[in-house]
Design a protein around this ligand. Structure first.
Ligand code: FES
Ligand code: FES
Length: 143
């Protein structure tokens, strides 16, 4: 049994220790905001915060997340009031939306690390198949 703190709630999950955190979040806890894109740390769709650090949950063993504070898009704020969420809404960033939770979590993690504007942007190497890059840039430069 592995104990996880996700968005401030404690869960006990009975899974293999090497299971990627992504599948525990989505398939066991029902937190489907975190997405699967590539599975090889390229696209960023699966990004969550673990003790405030940006991590790719597609390759992060669930056992390594035990005892740490995991934040997903569902727990970033109770009412979409995180500055990154507000900037995304103000700039109407998403198209299909699939990549956007990972984008927002990466942005939030960079902000938490004390970065601003173009510094944040330079750290976001995520893939958006819809090509929303210009609107992401517009949203991030003001943060
Ligand atoms: S699904 Fe994890 S980086 Fe693409
Ligand atoms: S908004 Fe569709 S993949 Fe980014």
């Amino acid at each position: 049994m592995i104990s996880l703190n996700v968005n401030g709630t404690l869960y006990n999950v009975n899974v293999d220790a090497a299971t990627p955190l992504l599948w525990v979040l989505r398939d066991i806890l029902g937190l489907t905001g975190t997405k699967y894109g590539c599975g090889i740390e390229v696209c960023g769709a699966c990004t969550v915060l673990i003790d405030g650090q940006r991590e790719h949950s597609c390759v992060f063993d669930v056992s390594s997340a035990a005892g740490k504070k995991i934040t997903t898009i569902e727990g970033l704020s109770p009412d979409r009031s995180h500055p990154a969420q507000k900037a995304w809404i103000d700039h109407q960033v998403p198209q299909c939306g699939y990549c956007q939770p990972g984008m927002i979590m990466a942005c939030a993690g960079a902000m938490q690390a004390g970065h601003h504007g173009t510094e944040i942007l330079s750290e976001m190497k995520h893939i958006c198949i819809c090509g929303t890059y210009q609107r992401i840039k517009d949203a991030v430069v003001g943060l």
